[in-house]
Design a protein around this ligand. Sequence first.
Ligand code: TMP
Length: 222
Amino acid sequence: MNGAFITFEGIDGSGKSTQVRMLASVLRLRGMDVVQTREPGGTPLGARLREALLDAQEQVDPLAELLLYAADRAQHVRVLLNPALAAGRIVLSDRYADATVAYQGAGRGFEPSLVNEVIALATGGLKPDLTLLFDLSVAASGERSRQRTTTGEATPSDRLELEAENFHARVRDAYLQIARAEPERVRIVDASLSVEEIHAHVLEIVIPFLENRGQWTQTKTQ
Ligand code: TMP
């Protein structure tokens, strides 16, 4: 049986990671077999690549960056995602290939054809069944990122967090463009609301999606 592959996307500070955790715990309480993962860093190799990618100490060349995200994804797809989906599990991934289109394509300016080729190579064609795009203005996301930095949740050295505002504006626009191009797969969630309101909206999307696939468990097991 095929599982379900749900990805979470958005600009930095959009609050998606909190929402992945909240959804995973709701689904697990219902007894569903959930795999919670992320990119970069969903495998042991990926965790080492993530450290290298987000380290502020060394400037990573944009082409090296594109290929390192692809390497992380190739390992993730083959070692974790494909086996989990083949086993019928529900996979929630905090970022996937849309992030490369948005950050390396629109953000860094790589040709869409090159970006798509690299993505196709890394993913082997694996696409999410559903993508939740947490949309937030660049100003609001910058404010949240600054708050996380001062509360110690993120280190000020996270290199990409320090990118200029117009970089994040291009990334946001690219995400919205993906959502317009693929409205069936990509659902936009207003990330300016409270954590609880956003969570409710996530459930409004995910429960019917799983019901339609016969993957929503009706009874609580705990
Ligand atoms: P995170 O903030 O979701 O943990 O992601 C870490 C950073 O990595 C974030 O700034 C976005 C960036 N990123 C890319 O630039 N390209 C990619 O393909 C992925 C997966 C992440």
